[in-house]
Design a protein. Structure first.
Length: 206
């Protein structure tokens, strides 16, 4: 039976593949390597992932120690099954594209419920946010490149590329709406939608 691993479990297994470590070390390395930006680093998410991996016997608790008055720290190690499962799922995720919906994509499906005059300033605002995020993340990658190899930053490069692609698409949409090449009449659309819904409701059930 194959075990489904989330991105947090994959991150923990990747770290433990380097050697045994405790959760605080994991958090420190994730921040140092700027993985926290991708994973939305939260203490609870890390500990939940560790718990699931222990339960599935993919990692094991190797030792527990205490430094002064600090809480006990458990050091974990990757198990043979964990190494095997880690490489299997990583290869699969990289090789097979998966359609992953986003909140923005869902919102675009309802863009028709705004008038073109309402949509334009919102799209302009999104474009500005995207420009700012691209600049911020690009600066982060530039700073991090002085401390880590490029291979450790390729996920950030990918994210920046996706943000740039989205920005180009949003700008193109803004241009089409502004020029009138893309236009819609919200009142007529709602009127037709109500008529269609009324007709469907009046139809006898089969």
């Amino acid at each position: 039976m194959k075990i489904e691993l989330g991105i947090w479990e994959i991150a923990v297994l990747a770290l433990l593949r380097e050697g045994p470590m405790h959760p605080y070390q994991m958090q420190s390395l994730l921040r140092l390597r700027h993985k926290d930006e991708i994973l939305a680093l939260k203490r609870g998410s890390l500990y939940h992932a560790i718990g699931r991996l222990v339960r599935d016997e993919l990692i094991t608790a190797k030792s527990t120690s205490r430094n002064g008055r600090r809480p006990e720290r458990t050091t974990y190690a990757i198990a043979a099954a964990g190494r095997k499962e880690f490489t299997r799922i990583l290869r699969n995720i990289i090789a097979v594209p998966r359609r992953e919906s986003s909140e923005f994509m869902a919102a675009m499906s309802f863009l028709v419920h705004l008038t073109p005059a309402e949509a334009l300033p919102r799209l302009d605002e999104r474009a500005q946010h995207l420009e700012n995020e691209i600049a911020l993340r690009s600066a982060g990658v530039s700073a991090a490149s002085a401390h880590v190899l490029r291979i450790n930053l390729v996920e950030s490069e990918y994210l920046i590329a996706m943000l740039k692609a989205e920005l180009a698409w949003v700008r193109s949409l803004i241009s089409e709406i502004s020029s009138g090449n893309l236009a819609w009449d919200l009142k007529n659309i709602l009127k037709e939608a109500r008529a269609s819904a009324h007709a469907a409701a009046a139809r006898p059930e089969e």
